[in-house]
Design a protein around this ligand. Structure first.
Ligand code: NAI
Ligand code: HPV
Length: 404
């Protein structure tokens, strides 16, 4: 039995009746000391005491600034996310917010609610509607910051609405470049993006170079009375600068997904409670990806969509035994590992080694399992964070197939 600590309401069918529906061989636990894996959405894991057996954290969602990924890497804990799994949900809400807030739809709705008792509401509505005149989005300049899973979809959708779309993303991936319409005008700086923009919408992860990237200078370049949309993370904007721009009228409207003590006091601001990804479709999609990635890792040592280790997929183990090593990306690790295996007469059938930044991942399929003492010797190599022993398919009680 493997135990999973489920931190958030991941998706209805996954946490039905409070019991994780993770499939045979898995059980939900509240006890971190017993957990083999953690399933999380936006709850913060910073400062949390991970139990000794936690081998992976699966983030059902895109952003992973709630997880100490470097510390996890050094402890041999693989962190996964679910790239793109909720991007359509965010895109739909952002596009809707841009349209709804270009018109004073909310002011109009509020007027109706305030006048429900008015017997002449039909006549008075016609008289009062002039107070809610807005603007059309067509033809207006919008800057999209970050052209990843969400940003590329937002840019394409706004283009289809007839807007003049600009995009800024110095690290644009080939995958997302393929998805992006060629009519999105790519620029090389935030200044170019913000200059005379009627709208700026933010879709970058929270990290050192993006925190407070939308500040006084960037806001001052926008067209007076423009709109800022933040469905990325609260700290991408400089809250004081946005508050000041709203007070001065430089910013006409601010729309964001993050209720903070400061945003909730800003004028002409519409806030949703971090619900960009709250659709049944996105929750199921992300939960499905997160659970599958977690199970593939626990059962087979397959790493897919990790944010702190390189991806590595040799498929399930079809030899007599598999060892996986999570280690520092430094010279001679493979040499030391294979030397110890050679001394214990182990025959390597297949092997893969991948490295990414400071972390590396090595999978070794052997004729048969090595002794416990050999595993202990591997664990003592400086730079080894964790050694795992993976049960081959043929030795699993739930495996009914023929092992090659
Ligand atoms: N409000 C909500 O419920 C949701 C919020 N998010 C937030 O949106 C962010 C983006 O999500 P995805 O598009 O799925 O992630 P993604 O990883 O696919 O895209 C992020 C993009 O930002 C770009 N980027 C990184 N640093 C940059 C910089 N300094 N300047 C400009 N671009 C930069 C990257 O190259 C990448 O293309 C997430 O990290 C998360 O914080 C994501 C999903 C739901
Ligand atoms: O995927 C993301 O980055 C999000 O912000 C969505 O967060 P959530 O899964 O709704 O807690």
């Amino acid at each position: 039995m493997r135990y999973v600590k489920v931190m958030d309401n991941i998706a209805k069918d996954i946490t039905r009746d409070g019991v994780a529906n993770l499939g045979d061989g898995y059980q939900k636990t509240d006890d971190m000391q017993r957990a083999d894996a953690i399933l999380v959405r936006a709850s913060s894991l910073h400062g949390m005491d991970f139990g000794p057996d936690v081998r992976c954290v699966a983030r059902s969602g895109a952003g992973f600034n709630n997880i100490p990924i470097d510390e996890c890497a050094r402890r041999g804990i693989v962190v996964f996310n679910t790239p793109g799994g909720n991007s359509n949900a965010v895109k739909e809400l952002v596009v809707g917010m841009i349209l709804v807030n270009s018109r004073d739809a909310l002011g109009g709705m509020r007027w109706v609610l305030d006048n429900v008792e008015d017997p002449d509401i039909v006549r008075d509505a016609e008289k009062n509607k002039k107070a809610f005149v807005g603007r059309e989005a067509i033809g207006r300049k919008v800057g999209v910051v970050g052209l990843g899973a969400v940003g590329s979809k937002v840019a394409n959708a706004l283009l289809h609405l007839g807007m003049d779309v600009y995009g800024y993303d110095p690290y644009l991936s080939v995958e997302h470049a393929w998805e992006l319409s060629k009519h999105v005008k790519r620029v090389d700086s935030m200044d170019e993006l913000c200059r005379d923009a009627d709208y700026v919408t933010l879709h970058v992860p929270s990290k050192e170079d993006t925190r407070r990237m939308m500040g006084t200078h960037e806001l001052s370049l926008m067209r007076k009375g423009g709109m800022l949309i933040n469905y990325a993370r609260a700290d991408i904007i400089d809250e004081d600068a946005v508050a000041a721009a709203l007070e001065e009228g430089q910013l006409g409207r601010f729309v964001c997904d993050f209720a903070t003590p400061k945003t909730t006091r800003m004028p002409r601001t519409l806030i949703t409670p971090h619900m960009g990804a709250c659709t049944f479709e996105a929750e199921e999609h992300c939960a499905g990806m997160a659970v599958q990635q977690m199970k593939d890792y626990l059962e087979h040592g397959i790493v897919r969509n990790s944010v702190n280790y390189p991806d590595c997929d040799l498929g399930p183990c079809r030899t007599g035994g598999r060892i996986v090593a999570l280690h520092a990306n430094v010279p001679n690790m493979i040499g030391q590992i294979t030397a110890i295996l050679a001394e214990s007469n182990a025959n390597i059938q297949r092997m893969a080694n991948e490295a990414q930044a400071d972390s590396a991942y090595t999978v070794i399929d052997l004729d048969q399992f090595v002794e416990v003492e050999t595993l202990e010797r591997l664990r003592e190599i400086p730079g080894i964070y964790r050694i795992r022993k993976i049960t081959p398919l043929a030795q699993r009680s739930d495996f009914k197939g023929i092992c090659q």
